[in-house]
Design a binder for this molecule. Structure first.
Ligand code: HEC
Ligand code: HEC
Ligand code: HEC
Length: 453
């Protein structure tokens, strides 16, 4: 509560501080209501391209809520200040955007302003979507306008004063928002530029992977340096990437489309949704995004650190346990509860990755390791039991601390996490969003592809 009121007073300060300058920017004209275009008036090829772009932008991830028609909104998008409900973006003329012209839609994407001229909240990632070209906005518009109309209404944002006044967002925009489409970098090739356009724009990867400041902004100077989402850590995707095996373009392109890669494991939590969507985009787009991100990781010139490519554990289970004299309790728990899957050499992705390869053990914070160990991993949609059971009932907080310290110290060979006990208590108290890892459902069946990097 104290934190929230601090944030609110900060927000109020910003409003007062930049209020004058923002007043001029706060006003946008309402755009006239358009006749709802007939679905048949759109070129099917354009609609198809729009569907791919909607997958890249994960529009359904926020705008489709369980128990409601697709794209009819209603899902609360949490912000530090309160929930903002995703709008109904079906072509219904009352509850949705049926009366929006293409120009009104483009203005929402580019400037974060609705048809009535009111500011939208950046819970809608217009700070990224502003980069989208007119052509791609036209395809997205064609896709949305040819969906089934749904008349479901959406609740108003649950924000405290002064943030409930939409005009306040003009101050936020003045401070943090730079509108305008993507400007290609002429020094880079077409693949890199395509990747940057998709990652920074529609993909809005920074919304989770960049740390946020007190006003919910993505911190300048810490681009893709690692953030948080829905109770999970979204690892750094820049030079600070904690992945123990450095990402290659091939490995990342495969991971993004299949939600899984042999030397990096599965995409979990909110990332599982992202990769499930990316499974529907052209291979070339995933490769372009990987080209861009691997270049940001910038390991190019430096040799990889010696421990960067851990070997797979020997086939005989328990061999790592023998050398771990320091933390006997953790080693014993690992041998009893984990090694049977994680060292058994069963076919991936269902066999369990050798944990030395898992980013979760090497990350600067233990959140994801705690979430996975407590809650396990749900089966891909359509499959039977869980792919990994949760241990919330079997291990108490002390057991868990001993086990995870062992994984960190003896398997990852990294310095202890100072905040491990506090993280364990926090994750236990919170009902982490456990998205079924549908990504693994699209893991290639061919084992040769599975081990390819
Ligand atoms: C991270 C969640 C999120 C994603 C992803 C997202 N949106 Fe939204 N969107 C929202 C929220 C929340 C609002 C409501 C904002 C408000 O009330 O100010 C919104 C509002 C909108 C609006 C304004 C509608 C109106 O009636 O005012 C449009 C148009 C829109 N989104 C289109 C899209 C499209 C197209 C995509 C995919 C390319 C997309 N959104 C992806 C969260 C999201
Ligand atoms: C809604 C939040 C969210 C969005 C948006 C998002 N990610 Fe993630 N991402 C995560 C989380 C959380 C993890 C950690 C998942 C895990 O532990 O399996 C992750 C993990 C990853 C990883 C694995 C990193 C590693 O070293 O193991 C890659 C690569 C990645 N994301 C790329 C992307 C790209 C590219 C985009 C944009 C297209 C993106 N992410 C968008 C939340 C997000
Ligand atoms: C029944 C088999 C099984 C058992 C038992 C099991 N796991 Fe898993 N685990 C899996 C599978 C399958 C995956 C998903 C594939 C992958 O990424 O490794 C997984 C994934 C993980 C991951 C994520 C790896 C990554 O980065 O992708 C962690 C961390 C993990 N397990 C830790 C544990 C710990 C700690 C224990 C013991 C308390 C344990 N597991 C017990 C099967 C198991």
């Amino acid at each position: 509560m104290a934190r929230r009121s601090l944030l609110v007073s900060l927000a109020a300060l910003v409003v007062i501080g930049v209020g004058g300058a923002a007043a001029a920017l706060a006003w946008h004209p309402a755009l006239p209501p358009a006749e709802r275009p007939a679905a048949a008036s759109f070129d099917p090829a354009l609609v198809k391209r729009g569907a791919t772009l909607a997958a890249l932008g994960n529009c359904a991830g926020c705008h489709s809520a369980p128990g409601r028609p697709p794209l009819a909104g209603g899902l609360p998008v949490e912000t530090p200040f309160g929930a903002v409900y995703a709008s109904n973006i079906t072509p219904d003329t009352e509850a949705g955007i049926g009366h929006w012209s293409e120009a009104a839609f483009r203005r929402a994407m580019r400037d974060g302003v609705d048809r009535d001229g009111r500011n939208l909240y950046p819970a809608f990632p217009y700070n990224h979507y502003t980069l989208v070209t007119d052509d791609d906005d036209a395809a997205l518009y064609a896709y949305l306008m040819t969906r089934e109309a749904a008349d479901s209404a959406v609740p108003s944002p649950a924000l405290p004063f002064p943030l409930n006044v939409r005009a306040v967002m003009a101050g936020w925009n003045l401070l943090f928002f730079r509108p305008g489409t993507y400007a290609p970098d002429p020094a880079r090739g077409p693949d890199w530029n395509r990747g940057a356009y998709l990652v920074e724009g529609l993909g809005h990867c920074g919304a989770c992977h960049t740390p946020h400041g007190p006003l919910g902004e993505e911190k300048a100077g810490e681009h893709l340096a690692g953030g948080a989402a829905e109770g999970w850590t979204a690892y750094a995707l820049n030079g600070a990437s904690p992945a123990p095996v450095p990402w290659t373009v091939d490995a990342m392109a495969l991971y993004l489309r299949h939600g899984w890669q042999a030397e990096h494991g599965v995409a979990r939590g909110p990332m599982a949704l992202v990769t499930a969507n990316l499974g529907r985009v052209p291979e070339a787009d995933a490769r372009a995004m990987a080209t861009y991100l691997v270049s940001l990781m910038g390991r190019g010139a430096e040799p990889a650190p010696p421990a960067a490519k851990p070997g797979l554990p020997p086939a005989s289970a328990g061999s790592q346990v023998a050398v771990a004299a320091g933390n006997g309790r953790g080693a014993a728990l690992y041998a009893g509860a984990c090694a049977s899957c994680h060292e058994a050499g069963r076919a991936l992705p269902y066999g369990g990755l050798a944990l030395a390869l898992s980013t979760a053990l090497h990350a600067p914070d233990p959140t994801n390791l705690v979430v996975v160990t407590l809650h396990g991993l749900a089966a891909p949609v359509g499959a039977g039991g869980p792919i990994m059971p949760g241990f919330a009932g079997a291990l108490d907080d002390d057991d868990l601390a001993a086990l995870l310290s062992y994984l960190r110290g003896d398997i990852a060979k990294a310095p202890a996490w100072p905040d491990l006990p506090a993280t364990i208590r926090r994750v236990r108290a919170r009902d982490a969003t456990l998205v079924a890892s549908d990504g693994t459902g699209t893991a290639p069946a061919d084992p040769q592809v599975r081990i390819a990097r």
